[in-house]
Design a protein around this ligand. Structure first.
Ligand code: MN3
Length: 205
């Protein structure tokens, strides 16, 4: 049984950057529905005892195209939101440290450049989707964007996301309306780079 990550903060804790109603709806409705539908699809495919990363890495093994699509969309929705919600904090470390900080500087030039590039990708994603900072086991970093609930795992890039930026309208529309750029600017105020660094350290062998 796949379950939503437990939030280590209250729904109103990310105000004013992420509003309470968006948190209630996004976590309590959207993410909950992806999770319920992922559990159903995983059972239909007989993969309910596997790890979600393993499932998303091996979607081609699921013969029924409808079940495969349900796993891709709802397994992605489950996984992507677990990463998104768990990286946010009302008291975030606003920059990375250690190994991740060094790798960001050597790959992107500076932390500010990385944020600018991520913002550019997130702004440019047409329609619903995500922007990512991902790592592989060698410690290399990659930034990318994906449509729908796809991610670098279901896209078979060999990278695992360590930072997730949700640009579906449900992530910001109640507060920011059409102003995705304002949401993105404010989202960086609640991303905890200690958690992103932990995510990085967990992947790099
Ligand atoms: Mn979402």
């Amino acid at each position: 049984m796949f379950t939503q990550v437990k939030l280590p903060y209250a729904f109103d804790a990310l105000e004013p950057y992420i509003d309470t109603l968006t948190m209630e709806t996004h976590y309590g409705k959207h993410h909950a529905t992806y999770t319920a539908n992922f559990n159903k699809a995983a059972e239909m495919a007989g993969v309910q005892d596997k790890d979600v990363i393993e499932i998303l890495s091996n979607l081609e093994c699921v013969a029924d195209p409808a079940v495969r699509t349900a796993l891709r969309n709802n397994g992605g929705g489950f996984y992507n939101h677990n990463l998104y919600f768990s990286q946010l904090s009302p008291n975030p470390a606003n920059q990375p440290t250690g190994k991740l900080a060094e790798k960001i500087d050597s790959t992107f030039g500076s932390f500010d450049n990385l944020k600018a590039e991520l913002t550019r990708l997130a702004s440019g994603q047409f329609g619903s989707g995500w922007a990512w900072l991902s790592a592989n086991k060698n410690g290399d970093l990659m930034i990318s964007a994906s449509p729908n609930q796809d991610n670098p795992i279901s896209e078979k890039t060999g990278y695992i996301p360590i930072l997730a930026i949700d640009v579906w309208e449900h992530a910001y529309y109640l507060k920011y309306k059409n102003l995705r750029a304002d949401y993105l600017k404010n989202l960086f105020n609640v991303i905890d780079w200690n958690i992103v660094s932990e995510n990085y350290n967990a992947i790099v062998k």
